[in-house]
Design a protein around this ligand. Structure first.
Ligand code: ATP
Ligand code: MG
Length: 386
């Protein structure tokens, strides 16, 4: 069995990471500012498979090289549902990270000991009476963060907290993002922390339109498609590890087909490599054409189907109708009304759902875009559910 250098199920390894220069520059700025006691933060947003987790892994490596203490967390499946849990989660993980850097035994006991010194977490169920409680929780969290910073200030330049799958923090009762801003803004002169959130945020669109305090605290970077040169570099670097060559025409074909979408790119490469015979060491356009059918079918199964199936029945019906009529990715709301024969106000909530689930994008007012041509083909080949 041949080793396949491509793996769409894992975030990119930092040494094979390509592109994203603007985001990396922005991050380096965040670090420098934070080190000089003028912290900055950032939000990274992007649709499914656009490379958010990969970017966080890359930023983690960069920050470690700069001698920062890095904590990378993920709110996987939205486990954090309230503010006190969030505070406990961040502080206990920070402590764990600090202990893991120290060359002492019995780390677990140390952690337990430390956790026992924390004031008991306050129940905070009734948000109507929350102002004072919120202030108390803020104060406790602030004190913990300051104490932790004191433990590391001689060894690290700053502490970087990276939180993946952070979109679910938006929905936490009582406004977690505002809470985070309030806490971290108040400690900026005493401790060097910065926070990077990544996720499929809904608030960023709203935020980018208004110059809100949250927007200023969390400048938002939306991940767009990878550029051609980055894709080319990625393919060549990966294939070089297994001594396989590829024609320029074949690279161009992949660049065109993946449309710069990182997950689609890696999947295409994975399935293409998987289609090589044991003795094949050179990828040509013919080989790509030979495996085209399999690639599209498998992308449908692995990527498009899990995006399509959670949609509500009406949203499915609408997007299939649109895909069957539209030859290209972009369409207007007016066209959607025409094609579906459904009135505007009826369509509206389903468009919100399609946007929220990343099936379509909204490049400008009244204009929509299906996120990938191969997804358009997938939808257009579906039976209409009447
Ligand atoms: N900059 C990059 N360089 C190389 N490979 C990348 C890059 N960005 C993403 N990839 C690849 O694309 C795929 C998807 O990336 P990743 O898992 O980081 O996306 P994501 O936005 O976190 O997805 P999800 O929305 O599902 O959490 C992975 O296989 C990863 O290896
Ligand atoms: Mg991810």
């Amino acid at each position: 069995m041949r080793f396949n250098p491509f793996n769409p199920t894992q975030p990119a390894r930092p040494d094979f990471f390509v592109g994203r220069e603007p985001e990396i520059i922005a991050f380096e700025k965040v670090i420098v500012q934070t080190i000089h006691s003028s912290p900055m933060n950032m939000v990274i947003t992007g649709n499914r498979g656009m490379g958010k987790t990969s970017l966080l892994v890359k930023l983690e490596q960069l920050a470690k090289e700069e001698n920062c203490l890095v904590l990378r967390l993920s709110n996987y499946e939205g486990n954090l549902t309230n503010i006190p849990d969030f505070c406990d989660y961040v502080t206990s993980n920070l402590k764990r990270e600090i202990l893991s850097k120290k060359k002492i035994g019995e780390k677990f006991d140390k952690l337990k000991e430390w956790m026992a010194t924390l004031k008991p977490t306050i129940e905070w169920n009734d948000i109507s009476v929350s102002i004072e409680k919120k202030q108390i929780i803020q104060e406790i969290f602030r004190q913990r963060l300051l104490r932790l910073w004191k433990e590391i200030e001689d060894d690290f330049k700053c502490a970087v907290i990276l939180i993946d799958e952070a979109e679910s923090l938006e929905g936490v009762k009582g406004g977690l993002l505002t809470f985070i801003r309030e806490v971290f803004q108040r400690i900026e002169s005493e401790a060097k922390y910065c926070i990077i959130l990544a996720g499929k945020f809904n608030f960023t669109e709203r935020m980018s339109e208004s110059f809100s305090p949250l927007n200023r605290f969390f400048p938002c970077h939306r991940l767009l498609v990878l550029d051609k040169e980055s894709i080319r570099k990625y393919i060549l670097q990966k294939l070089a590890t297994v001594n396989v060559e590829i024609d320029e025409k074949a690279i161009d074909h992949i660049i065109k087909n993946c449309e710069g979408h990182p997950y689609v790119l890696v999947s295409i490469c994975y399935l293409l490599f998987d289609s090589l015979n044991e003795d094949e060491k050179h990828i040509t356009l013919d080989i790509i054409k030979r495996s085209q059918e399999k690639i599209e079918y498998r992308l449908g199964q692995d990527f498009f189907s899990p995006m399509f199936h959670p949609l509500s029945p009406k949203a499915k019906e609408i997007i299939i109708k649109i895909a069957k009529k539209s030859r290209i990715l972009e369409f207007s709301f007016k066209q959607a009304v025409e094609w579906t024969k459904m009135p505007r106000n009826y369509l509206s909530p389903y468009f919100k759902e399609l946007l929220r689930k990343g099936v379509i994008d909204k490049p400008e007012r009244g204009k929509y875009k299906i996120f990938h041509t191969l997804f358009l083909h997938y939808l257009a080949s579906k039976e209409e559910l009447e």
